[in-house]
Design a binder for this molecule. Structure first.
Ligand code: SF4
Ligand code: SF4
Length: 239
C-alpha cells in the first residue's frame, strides 16, 4: 500500500493525526497498533471510536477536525451528613498477598501454576481498597469561611490555604510539598481574605473527610462521568 499516497514516518508507521485518526490520504484511517505501535486494547477501542466519527463526518462532507467535546457530568454523592453513596472507609492495610502453592509441590513440576489466586473473601477485601478515582473533591470558594477544619482532618495533608503565587514557588509551600510536576494543582479562589485553596490531587485518598467536616458544604464529593461522543447524528454539525 506504500504507493497509494500514504506517508510513513521513519519507523515505517503511517503518519496519523492523533485526534482524527486520519492518514495523509484523507479517506484512509488507522487506529490501534497499526497507527501508533503497541498500546493496550482500551486505546485501540478509543481510536476506533475517533476514526468512526471522522469517517461519518467525511461522508457527510463535514470538517473532520470540528468535533463535539465529550459530555461530562458531576453528581454529588452526599446522602446525609456523614453518609456517601460510595464506600469511603480508608485503611492502612498492606497489599493482600496472593496465596501460593506449597513450594514442595510447585518445584516438582515446571508446569504447575504457582499463584492460586484470591478466594472470595480475599478478592472482596482487595476490591474494597478501591481509591474511588471517579469521585472528585469539588470546592466552592464562596461558601468557605476559612475555618481550616478540612485542613485539620485531611489524613494526607493535601489541602493548604495560602497566599497566591507563582506555581513553582507555590508548590514548595504547601502542607505537603507537591513535587510531582506532571500532576496539576487544584486551585480554589473567591475566598473572603483573598487567600487561595490549593489541593494536591496526587495524594488525595477521596475519603471525603474534608466534605464531612466542612460546616458550610464548601467541599462536596461528586461522581465524575464522561460520555464519549460516538459516530452518528450527535457528532455532526447542526445545520
Ligand atoms: S478527600 Fe480525604 S484525602 Fe482528599 S482532600 Fe479530602 S480529606 Fe484529604
Ligand atoms: S472546612 Fe469548609 S469552611 Fe472550613 S476551611 Fe475547609 S472548606 Fe472552608
Amino acid at each position: 500500500e506504500r504507493d497509494i499516497g500514504i506517508e510513513f514516518d521513519r519507523w515505517g508507521m503511517p503518519k496519523v493525526d492523533p485526534k482524527t485518526m486520519q492518514s495523509t490520504l484523507p479517506n484512509v484511517f488507522f487506529g490501534g497498533d497499526a497507527a501508533f505501535g503497541p498500546k493496550n486494547i482500551i486505546w485501540a477501542v478509543a481510536h476506533g471510536h475517533d476514526a468512526a466519527i471522522s469517517i461519518d463526518k467525511l461522508c457527510q462532507g463535514e470538517d473532520v477536525n470540528d468535533r463535539p467535546p465529550p459530555g461530562v457530568t458531576l453528581v454529588s454523592q452526599k446522602m446525609g451528613i456523614h453518609e456517601w453513596s460510595y464506600d469511603n472507609d480508608i485503611s492502612n492495610d498492606l497489599r493482600y498477598k496472593v496465596p501460593l502453592r506449597d513450594i514442595s509441590v510447585a518445584l516438582k513440576d515446571i508446569r504447575t501454576e504457582v499463584e492460586l489466586g484470591y478466594d472470595d473473601k480475599l478478592a472482596y477485601l482487595e476490591a474494597e481498597r478501591c481509591l474511588n478515582c471517579d469521585v472528585q473533591t469539588v470546592f466552592t470558594g464562596k461558601l468557605c469561611i476559612e475555618c481550616d477544619a478540612c485542613v485539620d482532618i485531611c489524613p494526607m495533608d493535601c489541602i493548604t490555604f495560602t497566599q497566591d503565587g507563582e506555581e513553582e514557588e507555590l508548590r514548595t509551600r504547601l502542607s505537603a510539598p507537591a513535587t510531582d510536576l506532571t500532576q496539576d494543582l487544584y486551585i480554589g479562589n473567591s475566598l473572603k481574605t483573598g487567600r487561595i485553596m490549593v489541593k494536591d490531587e496526587d495524594v488525595c485518598l477521596h475519603c471525603g473527610l474534608c466534605a464531612e467536616r466542612c460546616p458550610t458544604g464548601a467541599w462536596d464529593m461528586q461522581k465524575f462521568l464522561i460520555e464519549i461522543t460516538q459516530a452518528g447524528p450527535a457528532c455532526r454539525a447542526h445545520r
